[in-house]
Write a protein of this length. Structure first.
Length: 303
């Protein structure tokens, strides 16, 4: 007789909130759009918990799942299992009025901004693009008029997902992400201000980066390093470095090299700690200075 591995009772609503980082691979409704990732919707809860436990313990090995499970508690696992086991195994797909290019809202998407359906090409966000442009005056000195900073130590904001941008601004204000310059800049911003700024920068077009392609960086980005336990970057940031907006994974293609290098270094030393489930910290701590240099050059060269 098989005994359930559920040690604690799971909360489906808590699991839904915690599932944000899972949606990139497994879909916001637990139905994966990629054949290499399993559907979790309708799966047995005790099976899900056992697999997460095994990934964390190392008795089931997977370079992508190991860092995902590393910091999950028994309660986290039970909550995620309760959420996914209660989802239907199939989802209905509906064509929106905007046609094939229209943006569609999925029920499980976790985001700081609300995406509106039936708009061609670019999504319309909760924030007001025009107001965001008006409010961006204080950002121009470091990030450029259109979010394309020409100063390598500052990030390009153009084309970054609105939910990611809004979250970073909120984290700077709360102190979850520490930066003395940004702390002063966001101190007077309301949630609406953050949404407006995020919407404005999200619809801008990023310029190409200055990085040169690197065979070592390419290998780390797409394959990781099994011996060091380094997960491939492509899992979260995508084949072309465009990120995964619904899961809150940022675009890194064409980003300024010095900024990328600094962020990985701060994740590595723990001075930046606003990554979900320590995901970036668990990876960055295993990267050497040489690894980082090769990676950021490759990332910046992506288009």
């Amino acid at each position: 007789m098989f005994n359930t591995v559920l040690a604690v009772e799971g909360d489906p609503e808590a699991g839904k909130a915690k599932a944000a980082v899972c949606s990139a691979c497994h879909g916001p409704a637990g139905i994966s759009a990629a054949d290499i990732y399993p559907n979790l919707a309708g799966q047995q809860a005790d099976y899900i918990v056992k697999q997460l436990t095994d990934f964390k313990a190392g008795t089931r090995t997977d370079m992508m799942m190991a860092p995902m499970a590393a910091n999950l508690s028994e309660q986290d696992m039970a909550d995620l299992a309760a959420h996914y086991s209660g989802l239907p195994r199939t989802i209905e797909t509906t064509a929106s009025a905007g046609g094939a290019d229209a943006a569609t809202v999925t029920s499980g998407a976790v985001s700081n901004v609300e995406v509106v359906t039936s708009t061609a090409a670019k999504a319309i966000y909760a924030g007001d693009v025009k107001l965001g442009q008006e409010k961006s005056g204080m950002c121009v000195a470091c990030h450029g008029t259109d979010g394309n900073s020409v100063i390598s130590m500052y990030p390009k904001l153009a084309g970054q997902s609105a939910n990611y941008l809004a979250k970073q601004l909120a984290d700077f204000k709360s102190g979850d992400r520490v930066d003395p310059v940004m702390a002063g800049m966001v101190a007077g911003l309301s949630a609406k201000d953050m949404d407006d700024l995020a919407a404005y920068y999200a619809v801008q077009t990023s310029t190409e980066g200055t990085g040169e392609t690197s065979s070592v960086g390419h290998k780390l980005y797409f394959g990781g390093d099994a011996e060091k336990g380094i997960t491939a970057c492509v899992a979260c940031h995508g084949v072309k470095g465009k990120g995964m907006a619904q899961a809150g994974f940022p675009a890194i293609a064409g980003q300024n090299i010095d900024y990328l290098k600094k962020q990985i270094a701060t994740f590595r030393d723990g001075s930046r700690a606003n990554d979900p489930n320590n995901m970036m910290r668990n990876i960055a701590i295993k990267l050497s200075d040489s690894d980082i240099n090769e990676l950021v050059n490759y990332m910046s060269s992506l288009k």
